[in-house]
Design a protein around this ligand. Structure first.
Ligand code: TZP
Ligand code: MG
Length: 247
């Protein structure tokens, strides 16, 4: 069975520990918040739970999957391959999680796999011929500083995002940007991210005429911190929909 085609326009990374409450949000209110975000137009969800045990992560993911299924939106699990397998979800791994080649081996051919990418070298590794077909999308970042992630990799700026996109070239692998993505930062990101393809990827072009753009925006707090996640999601979708005007 081929892997599903996904609209990555608005990729919401969530988790109970990520909601902006002083204590972890109760599961029901977290799920209500998630459902509103889906109604507002989130196209992909990732559950990212830090500092919780496996049983709690499993339960949050199981309940979240029921909500996402209702909206026909794909659900990725951050890092926990076992939970992804148990719930027939997709998987996202960071650079310090299981190597993506091993994750793909256990995940099988039918589930989607995403990887966090911080540098052009990490992107080049995924593009090696022996890794073809393993990775479906990359999350490039952190573009800007964020309060949301501990142990943040170096902030790469829009310039760094563009450098990774340039390496990605016209590969079929999709790309989303993450880290400090807000209605305020989006216009700048979109204006600067159509990256000219590297000459090696397009040897016939005298001057760069082909560009690689982003396939979507990934956010945590722009939705998670909003008391009206449906409104927030709608605004983010509308901003991303204008991206063609920047190319
Ligand atoms: N990976 C890189 S930055 C980040 C993750 C999970 C957190 C992004 O959070 P926010 O609130 O959208 O800046
Ligand atoms: Mg991780």
């Amino acid at each position: 069975m081929p892997r599903p085609t996904v609209d990555y326009s608005l990729y919401y990374v969530t988790g109970r520990s990520l909601l902006p409450t002083t204590s972890t949000a109760p599961l029901d209110s977290y799920l209500d918040h998630l459902e509103l975000a889906l109604q507002g137009g989130v196209t992909v969800v990732q559950i990212r739970e830090k500092d919780v045990d496996g049983r709690e992560f499993y339960e949050v993911a199981r309940r979240s999957k029921l909500v996402c299924d209702k909206y026909n939106v794909p659900l990725f699990i951050n890092d926990r391959l076992d939970i992804a397998l148990l719930l027939s979800c997709h998987l996202h791994v960071g650079q310090s999680d299981l190597p993506y080649q091993l994750a793909r081996h256990l995940l099988g051919p039918d589930r989607l796999l995403g990887v966090s990418v911080n540098t052009p070298d990490e992107m080049l590794d995924i593009l090696k011929p022996e890794h073809a077909g393993m990775v479906d999308y990359v999350g490039i970042g952190p573009a800007f500083g964020t309060q949301t992630k501990k142990n943040l990799n170096p902030v790469i700026g829009v310039r760094g995002v563009r450098d990774v996109l340039q390496v990605l070239g016209d590969s079929e692998i999709k790309a989303v940007v993450i880290g400090g993505i807000t209605p305020e930062t989006i216009p700048n990101v979109l204006a600067q991210t159509p990256a000219p393809l590297l000459p090696s990827a397009d040897p016939t072009a005298a001057s760069p005429t082909k560009y690689r753009s982003l396939d979507g925006l990934a956010v945590v707090s722009s939705i998670a911190a909003s008391p009206t996640p449906d409104v927030a999601a709608r605004e983010l979708r509308a901003l991303f929909a204008q991206r063609d005007e920047y190319t």
